[in-house]
Design a protein around this ligand. Structure first.
Ligand SMILES: Nc1nc2c(c(=O)[nH]1)N[C@H]1C(S)=C(S)[C@@H](COP(=O)(O)OP(=O)(O)OC[C@H]3O[C@@H](n4cnc5c(=O)[nH]c(N)nc54)[C@H](O)[C@@H]3O)O[C@H]1N2
Ligand SMILES: Nc1nc2c(c(=O)[nH]1)N[C@H]1C(S)=C(S)[C@@H](COP(=O)(O)OP(=O)(O)OC[C@H]3O[C@@H](n4cnc5c(=O)[nH]c(N)nc54)[C@H](O)[C@@H]3O)O[C@H]1N2
Ligand code: SF4
Ligand SMILES: [Mo]
Length: 872
């Protein structure tokens, strides 16, 4: 028997069928995925074990009862409000909370504590899209549906690595293109990402060149007489001002890093297809000019009336599973609830009456970057962080750690006992995780789906909504927070949305306010709006105007593109991104061996010419530094990044790497309108890290990342680590034991004088406890094969050889996480004649499960083709 639930990772929001035994399948009946899952979704079963879980409340390291913990939170927040006013308390939350959790948190702090200091990691993610939508539409509405990608003639992906970050939507686009090769795909990204594999056109734009490019497009729309005057006259203000600003900035398109042919090809494609979808994601939002970039894109769709009809429109892709739900409950410090405005007195009065709330803040609270600054300045006396890891994910991450530590009373709610953030808080509260908790999430196309439990709550873990409600009750507001179930919370949320609907807002799900508990349990995926009393046939917005500014019209904005930062002297532009198989700070994906094998280390992509200039060696180490912090990363030399730029993934933490937390170097510079930080735009100095030795080790014990360079990953039977040191140890046996965390057992050792490699195996009887390889150069051993030997009865000679047995050819780095196929396996198959993706899939089985690695398979074939051509 399996339970029908929703994936807890990205905003595609795929339906999952989960068994209590950990079996995971895509739900064929979910409209988002129709049975598909990506590598992360497929591996969910490997992440639900109890390893590392926080199982009881703990105060400064000592377990305490829930009663004590809840009383303490209620007391500390009450005292702070009494002594220092409501602005002295704050919540920092997450788009990974369920709507029910989020609703209760927002109600508690805004309506009852009287503070608007509630912000969330969505500030780092969606805030510019929200602000851009509100400026243009008068509300934060994503007009389109996923189906539009299948109906479009041109799809433009701006600042989105869809292939890795929204893989199932990418699969849908891929399938649409296979069925209809005329469907054109454009990727606008400074890097050549895996997404470019299906692109007809890749525009390697300079970072933040987007507004200039879309302004230029707007000029061309006018020049080619493509302005939809009927639509604009009836439904849009601001055309002339927007055109004027665009005309003035025509020169700036020259500096956005593209040549005229590339620009014209893009303009031709966009102009020629009425059915054009422009998807945008973090390359647009995470910028000091993010909101302007969003409006530059929306301007082009409004001017042509290409919005809200099948196959066309702007599409802001949400990142987290419930980023959209967070917007619905008004989880940000400048929102109210149900898409109502905090600064609108009528809206405030309506919500206050609905909640029977004693107080209501009239001014927006602090946005994330300012919120942590206020913590450091001593203005915040009590802080609650829930379902997010800001010590890793916020800019100026070292400062954020210090800021959290300096608040007199801090609470962290997480499923994991030790995260970089949980290490900084006073009181740790164990949360029920995915598979244990119950509620709803809303995906990028406004589809509300249920997350249903299929596992018992472990230890003393509790659902986040229940913990928040219990604190509300203990603070004296029992009537408002005495919820019996998530269904009850959901009904109240739906009912409040009816108030919002009556005030003429877009978010209305009051049709769900009368769901019984049983109906809620059986709720099938539903796209909003869902008003009470009638069916909305067309789930798209704005085809017939009806915008949410007071006059019902949309607004085009005059956009002035920024002057683009040129690299100065030794500095490189520092971009940050995601990898295919890891989720954010890896607290869950880091537990699945198959996911750690794709990209096992924190790395820096650098252009070959920069690598040469800076003396960086392939697979060597690089140290990057600026006034905020430093990191040491593996060098990955590639022309996928531009000269003068570099890029690192955001995922590594102090728990998984020695110096891989790259947000220590990201500045807290924010967009003036949205407050979203420019997470993709720091500057760093880079130099080779002078390692005296490099090592690779596998152990049955959980190792610590405690060498100058260290990156830890889960392997099937134990742990694997990449390490390096800046001084040769005097005693290699001791060093090996220390790295491996194994003090017992017998050491066997082989020193290879030719290569300078030291090889050490530790056995307990016949069982291999650990293996350690070190050399003056990055070590070359068959990592996957050696990791597979750990914990087994294996003779020392076999381990020390450092090569796989004859029955087991070396795999190389894992490309297909589902079927465990490595780069070397694939290269051998290509050499043997598999010269297309289907052929490679057929003979290696790579890509045959979730298909997330297909762009990489195509890339490998292309690389070998290029090498062959060069050789001929
Ligand atoms: N595998 C995986 N998937 C995820 C997540 C994850 O952690 N792992 N996280 C989820 C979340 S919360 C989010 S928000 C989404 C993010 O999804 P994406 O936005 O696709 O992810 P990123 O890799 O952060 O950034 C996308 C691209 O923006 C480019 N970029 C940087 N600067 C600019 C610029 O100035 N202009 C343009 N046009 N592009 C630029 C980068 O080079 C990068 O390739 O992914 C979701 N899905
Ligand atoms: N440099 C750089 N920085 C970035 C980004 C970038 O592109 N570049 N992207 C930004 C974006 S878009 C985002 S969304 C953020 C994401 O950054 P974070 O939100 O900090 O990352 P996560 O690892 O997803 O953190 C979620 C935490 O919640 C815990 N958790 C899981 N389930 C539950 C639950 O049910 N209840 C509770 N209470 N806790 C739970 C997890 O163990 C984990 O510790 O990072 C941002 N930071
Ligand atoms: S695309 Fe992958 S990570 Fe995103 S919801 Fe679907 S299965 Fe989960
Ligand atoms: Mo995000």
């Amino acid at each position: 028997m399996s339970t029908c639930t929703t994936c807890p990772y990205c905003g595609v929001g795929c339906g999952v069928l989960a068994g209590a035994d950990g079996s995971i399948k895509g739900d064929p009946n979910h409209p988002a995925n129709a049975g598909r899952l990506c590598s992360k979704g497929t591996a969910l079963g490997a992440t639900i074990g109890l390893e590392g879980r926080l199982l009881a409340p703990s105060l400064k390291g000592a377990d305490v009862s829930w009663d004590h913990a809840l009383d303490l939170v209620a007391q500390k927040f009450s005292e702070a409000i009494r002594d220092h006013g409501p602005e002295s308390v704050a919540f920092y939350l997450s788009g990974q909370l369920l709507t029910e959790d989020y609703y209760v948190a927002n109600k508690l702090i805004k309506g009852f504590m009287g503070s608007a200091n509630i912000d969330t990691n969505s500030r780092l993610c969606m805030a510019s899209a929200v602000a851009g939508h509100k400026r243009a539409f008068g509300t934060d509405t994503v007009p389109g549906q996923y189906e539009d990608f299948e109906l479009a003639d041109t799809i433009v992906l701006v600042g989105s690595n869809t292939a890795w970050c929204h893989p199932v939507l990418f699969r849908r686009i891929e399938a649409a293109k296979a069925a209809r090769p005329d469907l054109k795909i454009v990727v606008i990204d400074p890097r050549r990402t895996a997404t470019c594999q299906i692109a007809d056109l890749h525009l390697p734009i300079q970072s933040d060149g987007d507004a200039a490019l879309f302004n230029h497009l707007l000029c061309e729309i006018k020049a080619r007489d493509l302005i939809n005057h009927d639509y604009v006259n009836a439904h849009v203000n601001g055309l002339e001002a927007a055109l004027g600003a665009a005309a003035q900035s025509t020169a700036s398109v020259v500096t956005c890093g593209l040549n005229p042919d590339q620009i014209n090809a893009f303009v031709d494609l966009w102009c020629k297809s009425e059915k054009v979808v422009t998807l945008f994601s973090m390359g647009v939002n995470q910028s000091a000019y993010g909101t302007d970039k969003v409006n530059a894109i929306l301007n082009c769709h409004l001017a042509t009336g290409r919005i809200g009809r099948p196959g066309m429109g702007p599409f802001s892709m949400t990142g987290q599973p419930n980023a959209m739900g967070g917007r619905e409950v008004g989880g940000l410090s400048n929102m109210l609830a149900s898409h109502l405005d905090l600064e609108n007195a009528d809206h405030r009065a309506a919500v206050q009456e609905f909640w029977a709330a004693p107080v209501m803040p009239e001014k927006p609270g602090l946005k994330a970057v300012d919120l942590f600054r206020a913590c450091r300045d001593g203005k915040i006396k009590a802080l609650w962080v829930m379902s997010t890891n800001p010590v890793v994910s916020m800019p100026e991450a070292d400062f954020v750690a210090e800021a959290i530590r300096s608040v007199p009373f801090t609470v962290g709610s997480d499923i994991i006992a030790r995260t970089d953030t949980m290490d900084c808080v006073d009181l740790r509260l164990p949360a029920a995780g995915w598979g244990e908790k119950s509620g709803t999430v809303t995906n990028s196309e406004r589809c509300i789906s249920r997350q249903r439990p299929f596992l018992p709550m472990p230890g003393e873990a509790r659902a986040d909504w229940a913990v928040l409600a219990a604190v509300g009750c203990r603070m004296g507001w029992k009537e408002a927070f005495d919820y019996a179930s998530p269904a009850e919370v959901f009904r109240e949320h739906a009912s409040l949305s009816g108030v919002s609907g009556a005030l003429g807002r877009d978010f209305d799900i009051s049709g769900l306010e009368t769901l019984s508990d049983v109906d809620y349990d059986h709720l099938t995926p539903q796209v909003w709006p869902i008003p009470a009393g009638y069916e909305v046939e067309n789930k798209r917005f704005f085809a017939e105007g009806k915008f949410y500014h007071p006059d019902g019209k949309a607004k085009m904005l005059p956009i002035t593109p920024p002057e683009l930062a040129q690299p100065e002297g030794e500095t490189l532009r520092f971009n940050t991104a995601r990898v295919r198989d890891h989720w954010h700070t890896m607290t869950r994906t880091g537990r699945a061996p198959q996911l750690g094998a794709h990209m096992g280390e924190p790395y820096l992509e650098v252009h070959p010419e920069d690598a040469l200039r800076l003396g960086l060696q392939a697979a060597g180490l690089v140290e990057i530094e600026n006034s905020h912090g430093r990191a040491v990363l593996r060098v990955l030399i590639t022309d996928r990044v531009q000269k003068g730029a570099c890029c690192a993934p955001m995922h590594w933490t102090a728990q998984t790497a020695a110096a891989g937390r790259v947000n220590a170097l990201v500045t807290g510079r924010v967009d003036a309108v949205s407050g979203q930080p420019a997470l993709k735009m720091a500057k760093v100095k880079a130099r080779a890290y002078p390692a005296a030795w490099f090592g690779f080790a596998v152990s049955v014990a959980e190792m610590q990342p405690n060498r100058p360079y260290a990156a830890l990953a889960r392997s099937k039977q134990g742990w694997r680590v990449e390490v390096a040191g800046h001084k040769l140890p005097r005693d290699w046996d001791k060093e090996a034991r220390s790295v491996l965390g194994v003090q017992n057992g017998i050491i066997s050792r082989f020193d290879d004088s030719a290569s300078g490699m030291v090889r050490i195996a530790i056995h307990d009887g016949a069982q291999l406890l650990g293996a350690f390889f070190a050399a003056p150069e990055p070590v070359q051993v068959a990592r996957a094969a050696i990791a597979d030997l750990i914990g087994k009865d294996i003779p020392a000679a076999r381990v020390l050889a450092g090569v796989p047995g004859q029955d087991q050819p070396a795999k190389g780095a894992i490309v297909c996480a589902c079927m465990d196929v490595g780069r070397l396996d694939l290269q051998r198959a290509i050499a043997a004649g598999a010269d297309s993706v289907p052929a490679l899939m057929e003979c290696t089985s790579a890509g045959t499960n979730c298909g997330s690695c297909k762009p990489e398979l195509a890339d490998l074939i292309a690389q070998l083709d290029t090498q062959r051509m060069a050789a001929e």
